[in-house]
Ligand binder design. Structure first.
Ligand SMILES: [Zn+2]
Length: 467
């Protein structure tokens, strides 16, 4: 009996310590993709999924991928992170304070997964739908205590010598050393500033590429704009090589539209982001065993809720289709009116109906007919916009944030008529969803922290071939 007890002891107590039970060191993966939907959590994904469903379309590709997990997003000094601290956590694997890029909360220099990949002989790409020096892309190449130090961040971009940068123009292109575009060209980057040159760019033509063009919201953009999917496809073509690559793609405008509480613009941004994910998915499918795709968000923005006090258990997301332009473009239309001295409310009513589907008169059964209290809210916001300059001071900041009072009132009313609501103009502490597909995807399931993403990706971008 005693003998069996001893055997049981060895079997139960000691076997788990056997080397065979320890996690094997992660093996490098040739192609590693990291997609970040800025401001994208489950509400943004589910809003878009249900809208597509109502329009008779297939769900987002992201939602159809096999592995899903939950990711916490707090930063060192706040439960609610900003994109700099969240980007640093995702890129480097260490928490830091809001506003800080690539440094920990004590100011210590951190190394991003993109820098590890470059140092291991891989090619590296950074793509975004906002300016290339914005917090999320910058977290992969910059080390600066202030996310707003755009010129210094641009100098770090040039010095990083990543192979492909694609996205929106520098926010602070000029400084003491001259134009960042000229400095990049002098440092060996092929600098591309328009779609024709972008389309003409061929693999092997340039070691380093900096392709920056004006980017607008998908709901407003024309064919002359380079889409996130086009940037992603070009990055893959330029980066592919025997040593593999690391490519980060950010859907940065999801966040901006959420800050403005503009649901119709948000869902078009999520769809555009998903089309870029689709390009990477197809590549991962074509390289089984050799590629990994991870899709995450850096935080939720806007406190978006799929439900509204005024619509109870019903939702009418299909009504978001009536909005034809973003809050930003409608704001520009209003500004023209204001600048022309045309301040009549009656003149703006047809524009509101045309661009948002909201009606001032019609059959009482028409769900898009504005109730008297809604018409009063719109008129108040219109008069506020046309009156003294709006400064976002209390108590109006709770109503309008930092936005055009009329635009935000219209997107709020359309959201409520669609059965959804917004409760903040800032980020929230809601965890995000992380999704993965391909080699070692399963390690991204379960409940994790945003720092775990970099911790898991860094061993995967290790050197494939000895130089
Ligand atoms: Zn934001």
């Amino acid at each position: 009996m005693k003998k069996y007890l001893i055997l049981w002891f060895f079997a139960v107590i000691l076997l788990p310590l056997n080397a065979a039970d320890l996690p094997a060191p992660a093996k490098p993966v040739k192609y590693v993709f990291l997609f970040i939907g800025d401001g994208m959590s489950l509400p943004q994904r589910m809003l878009t999924r249900e809208y597509l469903n109502r329009m008779g379309k297939e769900d987002l590709r992201i939602n159809r991928l096999p592995v899903h997990g939950i990711t916490t997003t707090h930063c060192s000094n706040s439960l609610i992170t900003d994109s700099a601290a969240a980007g640093t956590a995702i890129a480097c694997g260490t928490k830091t304070n809001s506003g800080v890029l690539g440094l920990d909360s004590a100011g210590k220099h951190l190394e991003s997964v993109a820098e590890v990949a470059r140092n291991e002989g891989r090619r590296v790409g950074i793509v975004t739908s906002v300016s290339i020096d914005h917090a999320t892309p910058a977290a992969f190449y910059a080390h600066n205590p202030g996310r707003g130090n755009y010129y210094a961040i641009g100098l770090e971009l040039i010095a990083a010598k990543f192979d492909f940068f694609g996205g929106g123009n520098f926010l602070g292109p000029d400084g003491k050393d001259g134009s960042l575009y000229e400095l990049a060209a002098r440092a060996g980057y092929k600098v591309i500033r328009d779609k024709a040159a972008f389309e003409a760019l061929k693999p092997g033509e340039a070691k380093f590429t900096l392709a920056l063009t004006p980017v607008t919201y998908a709901i407003d953009s024309g064919k002359d704009q380079i889409s996130l999917a086009e940037y992603t496809a070009k990055a893959i073509a330029m980066l592919d090589n025997p040593n593999g690559f690391f490519l980060m793609v950010e859907g940065g405008r999801i966040d901006w539209a959420c800050h403005a509480n503009d649901a119709a613009t948000v869902l078009q941004e999520v769809i555009t982001f998903d089309q870029a994910v689709e390009v990477a998915c197809n590549f991962v499918q074509a390289h089984p065993g050799d590629a990994l795709l991870v899709v995450t968000g850096d935080h939720e923005t806007g406190a978006l809720t799929l439900g509204f006090a005024g619509t109870g258990y019903s939702s009418f997301l299909e009504r978001l289709q009536y909005q034809k332009v973003s809050y930003e473009k409608f704001g520009a239309i209003l500004q023209k009116l204001r600048d022309s001295g045309n301040k009549s409310f009656d003149n703006v009513k047809p524009l509101i109906t045309g661009y948002f589907g909201l009606k001032f008169d019609g059959a009482p059964s028409d769900p898009m007919l504005l109730a008297p209290h809604e018409q009063a809210r719109i008129k108040t916001a219109f008069e506020r916009y046309m009156g003294a300059p709006y400064t976002a001071a209390e108590p109006e900041s709770v109503l309008y944030g930092i936005y055009n009072p009329l635009c935000v009132t219209l997107t709020h009313i359309l959201a409520n008529k669609s059965g959804i609501g917004w409760n903040s103009f800032a980020h929230t502490a809601l965890p995000v969803s992380t999704t993965a597909f391909g080699k070692t995807a399963e390690q991204f399931s379960g409940m994790n922290d945003n720092t775990d993403i970099a911790k898991r990706l860094k061993p995967l971008v290790a050197r494939l071939q000895q130089p």
